[in-house]
Design a protein around this ligand. Structure first.
Ligand SMILES: CC(C)(COP(=O)(O)OP(=O)(O)OC[C@H]1O[C@@H](n2cnc3c(N)ncnc32)[C@H](O)[C@@H]1OP(=O)(O)O)[C@@H](O)C(=O)NCCC(=O)NCCS
Length: 153
């Protein structure tokens, strides 16, 4: 037990989430629209019910962001873990695991049928982290590796 507890974010956490996601992109040299615009977007998305988020720490030092969609094979929604971030100096002390625990608690309570995550092949630490929490990158029946294809439009 790490001592970290995560909780579901509310629309009131939009600016905190925005700052964390902005820091995430800045750390990995990915463009960010900026904290102000992200705050606006997150307020709208969190209120819509299609986006869910969790924060860890008080003040927050990490977050997870999930979007929901319908899927013909599942009664409940399918969730995509879009973002998962813990501040660099706080990593490796269980904060990320607390976020995953909160995600799983909420997902089970909500009737989510499947949680998906896209991970870059080079992120071996992150892959080990997700595997440890029960996620798999192989087809459960055939054991074949899963790939993620995308086309930016
Ligand atoms: C992935 C991440 C959210 C995990 O949070 P955390 O608080 O470090 O997680 P925990 O302390 O609960 O677990 C640590 C595990 O994550 C691994 N990990 C993954 N990326 C890491 C990183 N950049 N730094 C430190 N540990 C990392 C550790 O190796 C450790 O695994 P192990 O116990 O098997 O060695 C966090 O490390 C992070 O923000 N990484 C950079 C952003 C990122 O890669 N996000 C995921 C995108 S899919």
């Amino acid at each position: 037990v790490s001592g970290w507890t995560a909780r579901q974010a509310t629309t009131g956490d939009a600016s905190v989430l925005a700052r964390l996601l902005h820091d995430f992109n800045t750390e990995f040299d990915t463009p960010s629209p900026g904290v102000e615009l992200l705050t606006e977007r997150l307020s709208t998305l969190l209120a819509s019910g299609t986006t869910w988020a969790a924060v860890v720490g008080e003040p927050a030092i990490g977050c997870a962001l999930v979007t929901l969609r319908t899927n013909v094979w599942f009664t409940g929604p399918v969730a995509l873990l879009d973002e998962m971030y813990v501040e660099p100096s706080r990593r490796d002390h269980g904060a990320g695991s607390a976020l995953i625990a909160e995600l799983l608690r909420w997902a089970k309570a909500t009737g989510v049928g499947l949680i998906e995550i896209n991970v870059d092949a080079a992120d071996t630490d992150t892959m080990r982290f997700y595997r440890r929490h029960g996620f798999s990158d192989v087809d459960p029946d055939t054991k074949e590796p899963a790939f993620y294809f995308s086309l930016e439009l």
